[in-house]
Write a protein that binds this ligand. Structure first.
Ligand SMILES: *Cc1c(COP(=O)(O)O)cnc(C)c1O
Length: 410
């Protein structure tokens, strides 16, 4: 019989969202007239921008005609999309990239997971706590960790607690680490890093020969000036960083699927003999072998995000979500809650009142306000005592949810 990868058995069963679903279902059955408002999941709710949809349609029609049919595309993505990204996304930030440094993919979830393919298991990995669970679980799956302790920390991984006391910013690890996951604007805390803060990490990585895996999935939600949108805005990052970006939250592509990963030519790892090897070349080899590219219509639709008309429309939707975030933050503050995030990210991270646990607050919010959020403890041990609300949703629902919370908590 086939032997399984035992590392999978170390994982805590996908616990968070099924448990939320179970509790909401029980509540709904017991209270059939309650109008439940869901601010729990991290998924967009607004439709695709018209200009994006039009490009999508046109590209589908291209496939129906012999002269404009497309079969397999380049595994790395079409130049028409890569060049738009280089010109419209990176150039305005003062970052110049070659087209071979950008890889188009079907998602940042898979890229942040698959990147582990090109690294040795002996690397020490540092990650935030709380954290986007993919970074943690994929390291467990490949066999880089031991078992989880009773708190939920896996042996062998280096956790960087992000708490109210440190402004939810991870602190530089004391021990030697080789791979460092950073996510700004952060999911779940909504925290951003200033240029000075990111420079600290880049300098650290250069000094310690570590690699930064930078997840910029929420960069489009930054509203404050001077907050870096890319790690490559920091001098030296092009020697020590890989950046992941996604069309998912930026332009409502969670169901369409398109993302990109940037690996500059100047980023190296070492082989068994201590020789320097370009990571770009390894990733290119990995993608060419295990991936066959994103569909042509999806890449056409993605390119339209950065057309003049497309971006105007996409930006309107982002502004809509960020106004939701502002309404939530303001309302919760008026209710006397301690509120973080929500200014440069579509997530609001709040401290549970009266010392309630994350799950007790979840139940209280569900039972008393009929509002669903996400318990912070689901993102890691340091998320205990915190709670995430998402700004994705319809304005009326958001306003209604805030009104209910204010009524119950003030
Ligand atoms: C939503 C999200 C992504 C995007 O994942 P896709 O696979 O591109 O949809 C990446 N990182 C974080 C932290 C996210 O929350």
């Amino acid at each position: 019989m086939a032997r399984i990868n035992d590392s999978y058995l170390k994982l805590k069963a996908g616990y968070l969202f099924p448990e939320i679903g179970r509790r909401v279902k029980n509540f709904a059955e017991a209270n059939p007239n309650a109008k439940i408002i869901r601010l729990g999941i991290g998924d967009v709710t607004r439709p695709l921008a018209p200009a994006v949809l039009e490009a999508f349609h046109q590209a589908v029609d291209d496939l129906g005609r012999g002269e404009s049919f497309h079969g397999y595309g380049p595994e790395q993505g079409y130049d028409f999309l890569i060049n738009v990204i280089i010109d419209k996304v990176y150039k305005p930030l003062g970052v110049s990239l070659k087209s071979s440094e950008v890889f188009i993919s079907d998602g940042s979830k898979c890229d942040t997971a698959n990147i582990l393919d090109i690294f040795d298991l002996g690397n020490k990995v540092a990650l935030g706590d709380p954290v986007y669970p993919v970074y943690n679980d994929t390291n467990v799956m490949v066999g880089r960790s031991g078992e989880a302790d009773e708190k939920g920390y896996y042996e062998g991984l280096v956790y960087m607690p992000c708490l109210e006391e440190n402004g939810f910013l991870p602190e530089l690890p004391q021990e030697q680490v080789d791979l460092i996951y950073l996510c700004f604007p952060n999911n779940p805390t909504g925290t951003v890093a200033s240029k000075a803060e990111l420079k600290k990490w880049v300098d650290f990585a250069l000094e310690k020969n570590a690699l930064i895996l930078f997840d910029a999935a929420y960069e489009a939600f930054i509203t404050e000036a001077d907050i870096p949108r890319s790690i490559f805005e920091i001098p030296g990052a092009e020697k020590c960083s890989i950046e992941f970006r996604s069309f998912s939250k930026t332009s409502g592509f969670t169901g369409v699927r398109c993302a990109l990963t940037v690996i500059p030519d100047g980023v190296f790892g070492t082989n068994n003999n201590g020789e320097k090897i370009q990571l770009n070349k390894l990733w290119n080899r990995r993608q060419s072998t295990k991936f066959n590219g994103v569909s042509y219509p999806v890449q056409k639709a993605a390119a339209a995000v950065y057309s003049e008309e497309g971006w105007k429309q996409v930006k309107e939707t982002i502004d809509y979500y960020m106004e939701n975030a502002r309404i939530i933050c303001e309302g919760l503050k008026q209710a006397g809650l301690s509120v973080y995030g929500g200014v440069n990210a579509p997530y609001i991270w709040l401290k549970t009142p009266q010392g309630l646990s994350s799950w007790d607050f979840f139940d209280k919010l569900l039972n008393e306000c009929h509002v669903v959020g996400t318990p912070g403890s689901g993102f890691g041990p340091s998320g205990e005592g915190y709670f995430r609300l998402s700004a994705f949703g319809d304005r009326e629902n958001i306003q209604e949810a805030v009104t209910r919370i204010k009524t119950k908590f003030t």
